[in-house]
Design a binder for this molecule. Structure first.
Ligand code: GCU
Length: 585
């Protein structure tokens, strides 16, 4: 009965926040828990209020108690998936959902973790009547050690809730579809008693391509020797581990290395060993730096020929497949891209792994989007944790060249403080990559002067002259009035366009392919005149689901795509971008 009378039931779970738990797991021995899970639509969070997960089904004298759940008789859903696309009655559902399944496990002497690649938005996890913790943040992985609760026969329960809230990251108002569910892999990961939690390797910027930074974190043994081997580079380096951490700067013959780039996406086998543990990863070595108003890859100035994209497919929602990622990159390369902005939240870890292989540079971003609750310390801790989990997850990915700490945040002192802290955190976690954010133009003074520009290394600018602001004459003024000391990436420009729609001489002409083409032609012509613009990622690669878009031409989609949502139709503006990028060095 307690569940009825304790409105503060959340406190019990909020005290068990799972943060900064990411392991380096590429070569780990994994067992998938994907497949059919029972599920129950739990609009009132009764599972958490009444602690269904404790399975308290008999009184002290063994008499059966009435239950409001029956896990094994519930309908099933395939996991990983977005529940919205699993059946029509769940398409627009936002709220609580309980998932559960049983699984067997034969334990030997190893330690075992359960990994969730991504659950939107909040996940409370239970195994065998034990509360393992609560994770908040819908796009980053989390890992929980379950060695001591595992039995031969097990039940796992995950209470998911995708309700949007003002103090969350992102907050309750965004311009994308709020999918819910366990939409990335759930896996058991087995490790030795003493193991390598994480290892990071990267070419050190400014080392004349001759030094590699390596960092190893261990668990189960705080001292010892870890060895980093990169056979193809003739590297075998012992690193002393103290208090579970060891770092080294490794000199090597720079004439031996093939630097990673979109044209030469070379990956090296990196092996790290410690005690009885051995991990490998495939890592590209490249240098990304800022020099004045230039962005340099491996010492050469580059122009980032990009496009923005949400993590979405018509069929799978946010639970995109490797094939869908490869299709995106293939079409992007056809358009002449060497760069993609993965908006507005961390995409699956496969996105960067496949970009490493295919040679696409990436902007990765945490969903500090629009008017976040900048005054709320818990909100900041949530944002910082998501940034930490993203950087820890993708540190070894050469394709990731930028961390973005946010998008289009209204300028205020609180916002400046919040995002400056976040920028400092990104720099502290990773000294090998520049930090950016998608900022706004000062539309009164017609100038780029976001105060955050002092903290970030590359300034992203979202501007919609020709669309949200029909007065195109403002753009050249902004470009002339501005005199940034750092590189600028135009991280968004664009216009809605219904594929195939042609001008009819009425109000809907704005949604025609010709109108979008005109916007792109003018944007490209004007932006080309600003030498400090060193990249662009127009909004957006393909149309995407959006509950805010109710015009009959949009039909619940944001249709600023250069492609239709199914990627089958290329709109006219696709070809103007292709022509422009192919003319760029
Ligand atoms: C904004 C925002 C996007 C949004 C886009 C639009 O700049 O960053 O998330 O979808 O503009 O309005 O289409």
């Amino acid at each position: 009965m307690d569940g009825i009378h304790s409105p503060d039931f959340w406190d019990f779970y909020k005290e068990k926040l799972i943060q900064d738990s990411v392991l380096t797991d590429f070569s780990r021995d994994k067992i998938s828990l994907g497949g059919k899970w029972q599920y129950g639509i739990d609009q009132y969070d009764t599972c958490l209020r009444n602690r269904w997960w404790a399975e308290h089904e008999y009184d002290k004298d063994g008499r059966p108690l009435p239950l409001d759940y029956s896990f094994d008789t519930w309908e099933t859903m395939h996991i990983p998936s977005c529940w919205n696309l699993e059946n029509d009655r769940l398409f627009l559902y936002e709220g609580g959902m309980v998932f559960t399944r049983k699984f067997e496990y034969k334990k030997q002497n190893e330690r075992v973790f359960v990994k969730f690649g991504g659950v939107n938005y909040q996940a409370a996890v239970f195994i065998n009547k034990t509360c393992l913790g609560l994770h908040e943040g819908g796009s980053t992985p989390f890992y929980i050690e379950i060695t001591d609760v595992l039995q031969e026969d097990n039940r796992i329960i995950v209470s998911v809730n995708n309700t949007r809230r003002r103090d969350y990251v992102p907050m309750d108002n965004t311009d994308w579809f709020n999918y819910g569910g366990i939409y990335r892999d759930v896996e058991l990961i087995r490790v030795p008693q003493a193991f390598i939690r994480r290892f990071n390797v990267a070419l050190m910027p400014g080392s004349d391509f001759g030094k590699i930074f390596a960092r190893v974190e261990t668990d189960g043994a705080g001292t010892g020797i870890a060895t980093v081997k990169i056979a193809e580079l003739g590297i075998s380096e012992d690193i002393t581990i103290r208090d579970g951490i060891g770092e080294a700067v490794i000199d090597f013959q720079s004439d031996k290395v093939t630097l990673w780039s979109p044209d030469t996406p070379k990956l090296y086998d990196v092996e790290v060993s410690f005690e009885n543990d051995r991990l490998t990863d495939k890592v590209g070595f490249r240098e990304i730096t800022v020099s004045g108003r230039d962005i340099k890859l491996n010492g050469e100035s580059i122009f980032l020929k990009g496009v923005s994209a949400h993590e979405e497919s018509v069929k799978n929602g946010r639970a995109v497949t490797d094939d869908e990622i490869r299709e995106n990159y293939t079409i992007a390369k056809e358009m002449g891209c060497n760069f993609m902005r993965l908006a507005h939240y961390p995409h699956t870890q496969q996105a960067a792994r496949i970009a490493d292989e295919m040679g696409i540079m990436l902007w990765e971003e945490v969903p500090v989007y629009w008017a976040i609750d900048f005054n709320n310390e818990m909100t900041y801790q949530n944002a910082q944790n998501q940034l930490t989990e993203l950087i820890t997850r993708d540190f070894n990915r050469a394709s990731v060249i930028l961390w973005s700490v946010g998008n289009e945040n209204p300028d205020s002192d609180e916002r400046l403080s919040f995002m400056s802290r976040l920028t400092d955190r990104a720099h502290a976690l990773d000294s090998t990559r520049p930090v950016t954010a998608a900022c706004l133009v000062d539309n009164e003074k017609l100038i780029i002067n976001d105060r955050l520009a002092d903290k970030i290394d590359i300034i992203g600018i979202n501007e919609y002259y020709g669309w949200y602001d029909p007065d195109f004459s403002k753009l050249p003024k902004v470009l002339t009035n501005s005199n940034p000391t750092k590189p600028i990436i135009i991280s968004e420009f664009g216009a809605d366009c219904r594929a195939g729609h042609t001008k009819q001489g009425n109000r809907d002409d704005m949604f025609s392919e010709d109108f979008q083409l005109e916007v792109y032609e003018k944007q490209i012509e004007m932006l080309s005149s600003a030498e400090y613009v060193k990249g662009m990622s127009p909004w957006i690669f393909y149309d995407f689901r959006c509950p805010r878009r109710l015009h009959h031409m949009q039909n619940h989609y944001n249709i600023k795509g250069l492609l239709t949502a199914d990627k089958k139709h290329r709109k006219k503006a696709f070809y103007i971008m292709k022509e422009f990028y192919n003319g760029q060095s």
